[in-house]
Design a protein around this ligand. Structure first.
Ligand code: NAD
Ligand code: LMR
Length: 338
């Protein structure tokens, strides 16, 4: 890896201490795409997580700088950097959790599906690495279009004979984070006290907030429901347009990914009652993948929770979501098997 001289330099001085540091209790986490707009703040946040003992930062560019920088934070995780395809296997070997924010972001006027041609191949290559080097790791997939990249990852793992649907989780936490924020604004409360389930997928109409199931129980006018649903479904586009060509959400996404990653790690440690929305293999609808609340456990998505009661507005939204999702899922499956 990129910074052996740092560890070796120190261990030459006090070998036993440095070995003990590398073996601290905790999980081994890799971030693939660690030098990117999401990757950098996510690396910072995961370095701050006390459940992480080893943090591997992989990218095809710029990991030496990011690694040197993040490794100076005085938290316990040992940071190692990996650069380019020749170092992918070393980055992945022995990992418990792999977080993937690698790939191109949108520019104004693009849909997430417009990223498919570039990002499908990136996700396939990285997941082939996961299958080779850490087939038991839990994977948090962020790269867009998530509605298609999760099916791509599943097909890659199936081909490699390593597929366990519980361990493949599409990250939709940013939709929940946005929904909590926007709903709290309307209600005039602290967003930390609000929880909005967001189901379906992660693009446009496939993002389906269930405002009838907000906790604490809240009622909204028809006008508020339309405003909130539209703002939550288009939150990503709001950021893409505001950044005006400089990319899409990175900071709120890193926050969301760190929140979801931490939930996975706590569940892997054995904490009970951890429930998050995620886009996973599912039998909740007739589609093979769907985002709902899932109960996380040591093995990943241990239980897929049902949709719960929907009102008429949400039922109509569900039909629109399923139509688009179905096409995106098929596109991902075809990409790997063509
Ligand atoms: P970015 O361009 O700033 O960073 C992407 C990084 O991926 C770059 O550092 C690039 O070098 C790296 N990369 C490219 N090919 C790679 C490969 N083969 N292996 C490893 N790394 C590789 O983009 P970003 O803003 O960080 O966004 C990354 C992805 O996350 C995009 O696809 C974006 O659409 C997606 N995203 C998803 C969500 C979500 O909610 N799931 C939210 C925001 C962004
Ligand atoms: C988001 O929701 O912010 C991401 O999916 C990035 C995007 O392209 O909108």
């Amino acid at each position: 890896h990129l910074n052996p001289q740092m560890e070796e330099g120190a261990s030459a001085l006090r070998p036993a201490v440095c070995r003990a540091k590398g073996g601290a209790p905790g999980f081994k986490v890799a971030i693939l795409g660690a030098a990117g707009g999401i990757g950098q703040p996510l690396s910072l946040l995961m370095k701050m997580n006390p459940l992480v003992s080893v943090l591997h930062l992989y990218d095809v560019v710029n990991t030496p700088g990011v690694t040197a920088d993040v490794s100076h934070m005085d938290t316990s995780a040992v940071v190692r950097g990996f650069l380019g395809p020749q170092q992918l296997d070393a980055a992945l070997t022995g990992m418990d959790l792999v977080i993937i924010p690698a790939g191109l972001p949108r520019k104004p006027g693009m849909t997430r599906d417009d990223l498919f041609n570039k990002n499908a191949g990136i996700v396939r290559t990285l997941c082939e690495g996961v299958a080779r080097c850490c087939p038991d790791a839990i994977v948090n997939l962020i790269s867009n279009p998530v509605n298609s990249t999760v099916p791509i990852a599943a097909e890659v793992f199936k081909k490699a004979g390593t597929y366990n649907p519980k361990r493949l989780l599409g990250v939709t936490t940013l939709d929940v984070v946005r929904a909590n924020t926007f709903v709290a604004e309307v209600l005039g409360v602290d967003p930390r006290d609000v929880s909005v389930p967001v189901v379906g997928g992660h693009a446009g109409v496939t993002i389906l907030p269930l405002l009838s199931q907000v906790t604490p129980p809240s009622s909204f006018t028809q006008e508020e429901i339309k405003y909130l649903t539209n703002r939550i479904q288009n939150g990503g586009t709001e950021v893409v347009e505001a950044k005006a060509g400089a990319g899409s959400a990175t900071l709120s996404m890193a926050f969301a990914a760190a929140k979801f990653g931490d939930a996975c790690l706590r569940a892997m440690r054995g904490d009970a009652g951890i429930v998050e929305c995620s886009y996973v293999a599912s039998e909740v609808t007739e589609l093979p993948f769907f985002a709902t609340k899932v109960r996380l456990g040591r093995g990943g998505a241990e239980e897929i929770l049902p949709l719960g009661p929907l009102n008429d507005f949400e039922r109509t939204g569900l039909e629109a979501a399923k139509k688009e999702l179905s096409e995106s899922i098929q596109k991902g499956i075809t990409f790997v098997n063509k």
